[in-house]
Design a protein around this ligand. Structure first.
Ligand code: IPD
Ligand code: CA
Ligand code: CA
Length: 266
């Protein structure tokens, strides 16, 4: 594992190079260059080129590693070492000129996330964690918040894309309950950034339903290495592939999970 960790500077350079490309394309995508993959799920050449750049740079660094990537520009395989990549998280923000979008790159070893990198592109903030070695932003250690009082907590979430009305209704019920009982619930539009900000103590907790592994694989390791807790909605460990995620500063986890369980899972 130390061999893999020693390659971290190269992994970070690859992510930064792709981040520079995305930043350079910001504001340049025309309406005709936007495709809709499914309802409200947008993509452009920027997502796809970014993914190809990451695959091109990361591939030779760890030739034994295979890829799971959102845009599927490379063969999707399962293996002992696997990159899990969202080349542009927050595509809707990107396409609307809202400067909140990121790159999310994780490396899984035998199904366990061992490296997580989230690059908050317009803030030039590079978050990373290696399993057992803490979490960092631009090389400085980061920690989750110490907030124990839900009434003073600031949370963040995202809303499921597909318009399944009954899920959305329950989701809004959770949202309104938490809005009343906290300082507020933000909705930024990049799950990877949401998780990085929990790791950094900016938010006290994050929850979302319907996410994919590439949205959360990197960020969840960063939160845990920053001292936070991550579970699915039932307090279980299936949060990378399970589509249900709660990430918190640890102190507020149970209270947040109880609300989600009582309102969303009822
Ligand atoms: C989306 C973002 C958003 C979340 C969506 C994701 P994309 O990813 O992470 O915050 O609410 O569920 O799909 O499509 O911009 O890569
Ligand atoms: Ca995403
Ligand atoms: Ca994406």
């Amino acid at each position: 594992m130390e061999h893999i960790f020693s390659l971290l500077p190269d992994f970070l350079s690859a992510v930064r190079r792709t981040g520079n490309f995305i930043r350079q394309e910001n504001g340049k995508v025309t309406l005709g260059q936007i495709e809709q993959k499914s309802l409200n799920n947008l993509v452009s050449y920027v997502d796809k080129t970014a993914e190809k750049m990451l695959v091109q740079d990361l591939g030779p660094l760890l030739p034994e590693a295979v890829f799971l990537t959102e845009e599927q520009t490379v063969r999707q395989l399962d293996g002992d070492l696997r990159w899990i990549i969202d080349p542009l998280d927050g595509t809707t923000n990107f396409l609307h000129g809202i400067p909140l979008f990121s790159i999310s790159v994780a490396l899984a070893r035998k199904g366990k996330i061992v490296i997580g990198i989230v690059y908050d592109i317009m803030q030039d903030a590079m978050y990373h964690a290696c399993l057992g070695k803490g979490a960092f932003c631009n090389g400085q250690p980061i920690h989750v918040s110490k907030q124990k009082d839900m009434g003073q907590a600031l949370l963040v979430t995202g809303f499921p894309y597909g318009k399944n009305e009954s899920i959305l209704k329950k989701y809004i019920d959770v949202f309104s309950h938490l809005t009343i009982h906290t300082r507020g619930v933000r909705r930024l539009g990049s799950a990877a950034i949401d998780l990085a900000y929990v790791a950094q103590g900016r938010f006290d907790g994050f929850y979302e339903y319907g996410l994919n592994a590439w949205d959360v694989a990197a960020g969840t390791l960063i939160v845990r290495e920053a001292g936070g807790r991550v579970t699915d909605f039932r307090l279980g460990g299936d949060f990378v592939f399970g589509a249900e995620l709660i990430a918190s500063n640890h102190h507020l986890h149970f209270e947040l999970q109880t609300t989600i369980k009582d309102v969303f899972l009822k």
